[in-house]
Design a protein around this ligand. Structure first.
Ligand code: ADP
Ligand code: ADP
Length: 237
């Protein structure tokens, strides 16, 4: 589903943040991206959604070469990527349901729909994902009334409702306690399997990654230093 080949990124000042990274992630597979701070994990994820411009290399999502897209093509490609963030990035004064629907429609479309009500099909799909992430009792609560774990469930629902092909997940549990972190990781891995979604999860907690993902990619100074199943991981990577 996602194929990265020879990807490099050099920021205006500094060494290469990514140096010739290649990897391929099939549908349904969750990859845990690990490595020390500064290894290039965020840069890799941001190259895929083009928040960061790659210096060279290829990124294909299905048949689409992401690195060559601009304008409308890029917006369309980004809709196929569900983003999940460490700090959730919810709109605090909107309800759970409104936050989830904002993912379906995109920011501009969201406000347009806000004025003329949401299409029923979108509402139905939002209910379905909210049910799946266990938030049916909270759909009308404001985002700022929720616990951290509930907030991340909204983040997951918002990513899923747009029916993406891949999830790009940046430190989803960094603001959560250990038990909630495990619940959130389990949920991400399960929904990816159910929906045959590929996922890259940038995860600072190696033990947590080993517990839940089928495949770990280790980065160090912008290079791939490990790619394999969790049980093969050397502890010093
Ligand atoms: P990680 O997510 O693994 O902590 P990053 O991708 O954030 O790593 O950073 C990789 C390297 O790129 C680091 O050396 C970091 O300082 C550098 N870097 C990240 N973002 C920028 C930027 N916007 N401008 C310049 N250097 C950056
Ligand atoms: P994280 O620890 O989550 O990787 P950082 O604290 O490293 O985040 O980076 C926070 C922000 O600063 C990011 O947007 C990153 O791109 C940017 N950044 C990181 N390193 C540099 C750098 N050397 N120069 C400029 N911007 C940077």
């Amino acid at each position: 589903m996602l194929t990265i080949a020879g990807l490099s990124k050099r920021y205006a000042k500094g060494d290469k943040a990514l140096d010739d990274v290649s990897l391929s992630i099939p549908a349904g597979q969750v990859v845990g991206l690990i490595g020390p701070s500064g290894a290039g994990k965020s840069t890799l994820i941001r190259c895929v959604n083009r928040l960061v411009e790659p210096t060279s290399g290829s990124i294909r999502l299905g048949d689409t070469e992401i690195t060559r897209l601009g304008g409308m093509g890029l917006r369309r490609a980004r809709r196929r990527m569900g983003m999940i963030f460490q700090e959730y990035a919810l709109v605090e004064r909107l309800t759970v349901m409104e936050n989830v629907l904002s993912g379906r429609l995109g920011y501009v479309g969201f406000w347009r729909a806000f004025l003329r009500r949401f299409p029923q099909a979108d509402v139905d799909r939002a209910f379905a994902v909210l049910d799946r992430v266990g938030l049916m009792d909270h759909v009308d609560k404001r985002a700022d009334e929720l616990s951290g774990g509930q907030r991340q469930r909204v983040g997951i629902a918002r990513a899923l409702v747009q029916q993406p092909d891949i999830l790009l997940v940046d430190e989803p549990t960094a603001s959560l306690d250990p038990k909630t972190s495990r619940q959130i990781m389990r949920l991400i891995v399960e929904v990816c399997a159910e929906r045959r979604l590929a996922a890259i999860v940038n995860i600072h907690d190696v033990a947590l990654a080993q517990m839940f993902v089928q495949r770990i990619i280790g980065l160090k100074a912008g290079r791939t230093v490990f790619d394999g199943p969790p049980e093969a991981l050397d502890t010093d990577v």
